[in-house]
Design a protein around this ligand. Structure first.
Ligand SMILES: [Zn+2]
Length: 363
């Protein structure tokens, strides 16, 4: 499985200037080569290399491997669109290969080729990224993201073979909570809700103003919200997968394509539904599960919200309101999301031919 590990660089101010100049030079060379290749109808890596390698090195002062990587970058851009010569931003990411990038000082720093020769840069790398980076394969991109320097390394992480699950952790991706599981745990958190409503009201504010400055701030806010959402989804998916792994269970999810259609949200809830990315959360659960060898099944989502997790009775009236489930047959009562998650678990047991076991129903 291909994953990207991010390594943060900690350059001094002088080093950062040199990195910026290096990136700019590589991209200047790339733009020049793209124009030359386009004009000469030469867009394949091999052909561009023959045509321009020597000139790239003398004209732009690139090291041999940097010239090679830059030619490859331009060839890749032509593969996406060969009808125009791409123009590279001065701070566009630049691929490096292992020969011009080395981890040194026991992995506490990297040695990187720059216009001023080799430069040793201290790095920060989290535990998770450290485990990933062992599997890095091929090139590493030097990127400047919002004023910070990163190396993005593609890693080919081996998958753990999935175990045979005899029981499932049912997970409902909901509206009231972001996710709830069949153990009765809900994943939402007041802070998620607080941040989200704060962002929403600030957005409305800026939209009303409609000035140029307000628009710029709106853009920034959108980025902030997306990063917050991604982080939250990472945290939730991690806990879900760890819970399943620790208890030797698989994970049962609803088939995603039905989720948006299923929910009849009131106007006030619609923004919450569409602003939160179910797709991303689902994707994170799936790939983290795959890495950990936790099996994942998808079940038919119909009536999971209206069926009773205790007696199985399906009735619209089992839902007196959005947040509550109360069975009109047996009187069983539970938070609506938890009840749905239990139904998802039951369906997974049925679908995989396991013996039905009643959930331990929390009072
Ligand atoms: Zn019931």
């Amino acid at each position: 499985m291909k994953l990207v590990a991010a390594v943060k660089l900690l350059p001094t101010a002088d080093q950062a200037m040199c990195l910026r100049a290096t990136l700019a030079r590589c991209n200047e060379a790339a733009t020049w080569l793209a124009a030359a290749g386009h004009a000469a109808d030469t867009r394949r890596q091999y052909d561009m290399h023959k045509m321009a390698y020597a000139e790239m090195r003398t004209r732009f002062g690139l090291a041999a491997q940097m010239a090679v990587r830059t030619i490859a970058k331009v060839a890749d851009a032509f593969k996406v669109n060969h009808t125009v010569a791409p123009v590279f931003r001065p701070d566009a990411a630049q691929p490096y290969d292992e020969r011009i990038l080395r981890f040194v000082q026991d992995g506490a720093a990297v040695s990187l080729w720059t216009l001023e020769g080799r430069m040793v840069l201290p790095i920060v790398i989290g535990e998770h990224q450290k485990r990933l980076i062992v599997f890095r394969k091929g090139e590493v991109d030097l990127c400047l993201v919002r004023g910070k320097w990163f190396l993005a390394a593609t890693c080919d992480v081996p998958e753990t073979e999935a175990f045979q699950a005899e029981d499932w952790l049912g997970v409902d991706l909901g509206i009231v909570t972001l996710a709830a599981d069949s153990d009765g745990r809900s994943y939402s958190g007041a802070d998620v809700e607080r941040v989200r409503s704060r962002l929403t009201s600030r957005k409305a504010d800026l939209q009303r103003r409609g000035t140029k400055g307000a628009k710029r701030r709106l853009c920034k806010l959108a980025g902030l919200e997306a990063r917050f959402r991604k982080h939250t989804n990472h945290v939730i998916s991690k806990v879900i997968v760890q819970t399943a792994e620790r208890t030797g269970r698989g994970i049962a999810l609803e088939e995603l394509k039905h989720i948006r259609g299923r929910v009849t949200a009131r106007r006030s809830q619609r923004s919450r539904l569409h602003s939160w990315s179910f797709g991303q959360l689902c994707f994170f659960v799936r790939y983290k599960a795959k890495r950990a060898g936790v099996p994942v099944v998808f079940v038919d989502p119909r009536y999971t919200s209206q069926a009773c997790g205790a007696c199985g009775l399906i009735d619209r009236r089992n839902r007196p309101n959005q947040a509550t489930f109360k069975c009109i047959g047996c009187g069983h009562e539970a938070p609506a999301d938890t009840n749905a998650a239990r139904n998802i678990r039951q369906r997974a047991l049925r679908a995989t031919g396991e013996v039905m076991r009643p959930c331990v129903l929390a009072a």
